[in-house]
Design a protein around this ligand. Structure first.
Ligand code: GLN
Length: 485
């Protein structure tokens, strides 16, 4: 594949300048999928014929000299919890196995308006609950770097699809790390933007105060362009913000090396794998060599933060998932004698184990006798986390940390131990609790050739700075390794 065909910016530019046709691009990517998808299982559904028709329409427009959008001809994978008109949106759950949304999520409208072409809907942990994509009711996705390993989760299908050259861009959602962790495991770039910067209208809610949609791409520049397209105020999402980020002069600015970066020592504790730590520290040294000022700071993260996250997210999930009762929404059992049995049996039959665990936990922490002891306490913790970050950002531009304690783990390794799985989220959940933006990018490989991720955390709406540093680092590290399938 020509280098320009591999990236979002390359494709959009090449199609517009008539270097190649949109239909040619779609054919190439569909061919990759046909060849390798049985190994990877990145998609829950694909739409080859329609995607090709849409590409041909873009080529016709270009031939007639008409305007095409900023993502003309770019193939996109969409996590299956984002509503797409006329295409199934299953949330990888038996509950929504046959659900076809009658409308597009705002992000889908925006992508279509700019000429992007949806290739398919990607696999995920059921209702976005998990860190390995093993909680899908339909299939298990493989990590393209090593097929016996997980791709991370919950946006594992989206990450694997980008890393396998099935699409150059995919959408994920991040409630506690679900964009950043799979991006790290698959060696790509994943952005969880500032809470409120991308509309959540049409995203099937998991925990509304934490959920954010974000782009997953192969490089930083593609991520910048994608955020520019996806962001923006939306009257259909009450938490959507009017603030926007602009990428003007961003990528040729040389100011990145004047930045002050904080390294929180607690993010580098005993649970962090030595190879991951060394790789991140190697990147830190590269930045220091370029003149970036780096200081160690204190930012307590411990299992209490994880508890706060799991209490708040499960409380919100138990409320958000109440609508799936077999009457208003979702799967309906055939075994019932009365309305109560209808609801109980529908939910029992259609929700998976992890989803049930979260609903039970959420209902428990919200119940009258335990509300103060758990839910209120978790909210106090959330405020404390916001203050800790605020203090750091009053002195520093950005924070640098690991994304996950280890590289991609083996399939089956943690699925029977929820606590082990939850520990994956140690370095990512505090960002969602504070509503901050964070980017995950590849910074190296371990001895088994598995990608290692690095996290850049910014203050609210500091995406521009994050991109600047990420871009600088990406150009210095110059990691050229590719997945060989
Ligand atoms: N792994 C976390 C969880 O299971 C994060 C999920 C997410 O970000 N959607 O809750």
């Amino acid at each position: 594949m020509d280098a320009d065909m591999e990236t979002v910016c390359g494709i959009a530019g090449g199609v517009k300048e008539k270097k190649f046709k949109a239909a040619e691009i779609i054919e190439i990517y569909l061919k990759n999928i046909t060849k390798q998808e049985t190994k990877i299982n990145a998609f829950i559904s694909t739409r080859a014929v329609k995607a090709l028709d849409e590409a041909k329409m873009i080529d016709e427009k270009i031939a007639k000299g008409e305007r095409v959008g900023r993502l003309a001809g770019v193939p996109v994978g969409v996590k299956d919890n984002i509503c797409t008109e006329g295409i199934k949106t299953t949330c990888a759950s038996k509950m929504l196995e046959n659900y076809i949304s009658p409308y597009d999520a705002t992000v889908i409208e925006k992508l279509k308006k700019e000429g992007a072409i949806i290739i398919g809907k990607t696999n995920m942990d059921e209702f976005a609950m998990g860190s390995s994509t093993e909680n899908s009711a339909f299939k298990t996705t493989s990590n393209p770097w090593n097929l016996s390993r997980v791709p991370g989760g919950s946006s594992g299908g989206s990450a694997a699809a980008v890393a396998s050259d099935f699409v150059p861009l995919s959408l994920g959602s991040d409630t506690g790390g679900s964009i950043r962790q799979p991006a790290a495991f698959c060696g790509i770039v994943g952005l969880k933007p500032t809470y409120g910067s991308i509309s959540r209208f049409g995203l099937v809610a998991f925990a509304s105060s934490l959920d954010q949609i974000g782009p997953m791409t192969k490089n930083v520049k593609d991520c910048v362009l994608s955020l520019e397209v996806l962001q923006g105020n939306d009257s259909r999402d009450a938490t959507s913000s009017k603030r926007k980020f602009t990428a003007k002069y961003l990528l040729d600015s040389h100011d990145a090396n004047k930045m002050k970066v904080a390294i929180p020592k607690q993010f580098f504790g005993d649970e962090l794998d030595a190879e991951v730590k060394n790789s991140i520290m190697g990147s830190v040294e590269r930045l220091q060599d370029m003149g970036v000022k780096v200081d160690e700071v204190s930012m307590p993260i411990d299992e209490e933060i994880l508890s706060a996250y799991y209490i708040i997210s499960s409380a919100e999930a138990s409320s958000n998932l109440a609508r799936f009762d077999g009457i208003r929404y979702g799967y309906r059992t055939s075994e019932y004698n009365n309305v109560e049995e209808l609801m109980i049996n529908s939910r029992t039959e259609a929700f998976g184990e992890e989803v049930k665990r979260r609903i039970l936990l959420g209902t428990y922490v919200l119940s009258a006798g335990y509300y103060d002891a758990f839910y209120n306490k978790a909210h106090k913790m959330r405020e404390a986390i916001k203050r800790r970050y605020h203090d750091i950002f009053s002195k520093y531009d950005l924070i640098l940390s690991p994304v996950t304690p280890t590289v991609a783990f083996e399939k089956g390794e943690k699925i029977h131990s929820p606590m082990q799985m939850y520990l994956q989220d140690l370095y990512t959940v505090s960002v969602n609790l504070a509503g901050l933006p964070a980017l995950s990018m590849n910074c190296g490989f371990d001895k088994n050739n598995l990608p290692i991720g690095l996290q850049i955390i910014g203050s609210h709406y500091s995406e521009e700075k994050m991109f600047q540093l990420a871009y600088l680092l990406e150009s210095k590290l110059d990691l050229k390794k590719k997945v060989i399938l």
